[in-house]
Write a protein of this length. Structure first.
Ligand SMILES: Nc1ncnc2c1ncn2[C@@H]1O[C@H](COP(=O)(O)OP(=O)(O)OP(=O)(O)O)[C@@H](O)[C@H]1O
Ligand SMILES: [Mg+2]
Length: 259
């Protein structure tokens, strides 16, 4: 399954990606995390790595030569890409968890991020997963990636929704765009929820918009504290709550509870 984690800026996409990735590993799934956010660079630390992978954008010689280089012989010019064929320096591995990054905007005036959208789309399209392998994509904030067609080969979209109404509105837009391009499963997960009352209100808002909610992660002070160091806590409320969420996602997607 290729699942893309989307939502408004700061809603907790990277946090949910890290929680899901760790829980999927604990269930013996092989996990490939794809960092498709061209702005933020801290995901590697949240996943327990000490440094980021070399972005795949380097494999094609940088943004400028992307179009020509995609066609030149490299793993990216293959029609299918198995995780095992991604060259070592582009794929970090630790405790069975793998991480690749598409690319980051590093300089002012270097141009827009469209080539990274193209690379994300092509990489995800060609990525061929084994039955016990999950790809979890940390998407850039907002909806621009839909305009670039990054989700065309994604089978599940998980929308992270936090309490402000604006986050619900962005969630609805993502839901409509994902459903519109035929993504099979589109779900929402509530995040940073401060109380049962707010959880119920958020669920009602989403149900009225015909968006299925697969879980709820309460505001977790351990997560917030750890984010000061850019890390994720190994245990705590959210680590327990994500177990039910992943179980529900796997069951909805028709996958076994463990890999
Ligand atoms: N359940 C939670 N409880 C407490 N804090 C949380 C929770 N989820 C996320 N956070 C905090 O919210 C902040 C934003 O989270 P995160 O970086 O995961 O969001 P994001 O959607 O990936 O942001 P961006 O759009 O910038 O990529 C971080 O400080 C994180 O620790
Ligand atoms: Mg993020």
């Amino acid at each position: 399954m290729k699942i893309s984690v989307c939502g408004k800026g700061g809603s907790g996409k990277s946090t949910i990606v890290a929680l899901l990735a760790n829980e999927a590993r604990a269930r013996d799934y092989r996990v490939l995390v794809v960092d498709s956010d061209e702005s933020n660079s801290g995901l590697f630390r949240m996943l327990g790595f000490d440094y980021p992978p070399v972005p795949l954008m380097e494999l094609v010689g940088g943004k400028k030569s992307l179009q020509q280089k995609m066609a030149q012989p490299s793993v990216l010019s293959e029609t299918q890409i198995a995780t095992a064929h991604i060259p070592e320096q582009y794929l970090l591995q630790k405790n069975g968890l793998k991480l690749v990054a598409i690319g980051k905007i590093l300089q002012s005036l270097e141009g827009c991020a469209c080539p990274m959208g193209v690379l994300s789309r092509e990489f995800l399209k060609k990525l061929a997963l084994e039955a016990d392998e999950l790809a979890i994509v940390d998407m850039e904030a907002g909806v621009e990636h839909f305009g670039r067609g990054v989700e065309t080969s994604i089978d599940s979209v998980l929308i992270v929704v936090e309490p402000p109404l604006e986050s619900v509105n962005v969630g609805q837009k993502i839901h409509d765009l994902a459903s519109g391009i035929g993504v099979k499963n589109v779900w929402a997960i509530l995040n940073k929820v401060p109380s049962d009352e707010i959880a119920t209100r958020l669920k009602t808002e989403l149900q009225e918009r015909h968006i299925e909610v697969v879980g709820c992660i309460y505001f977790d002070a351990d997560i917030f504290r750890s984010s000061l160091e850019g890390r994720m806590p190994a245990k705590g409320v959210a680590v327990r709550e994500i177990k039910d969420v992943l179980e529900r996602i796997l069951s909805r997607a028709g996958l076994p509870a463990s890999g």
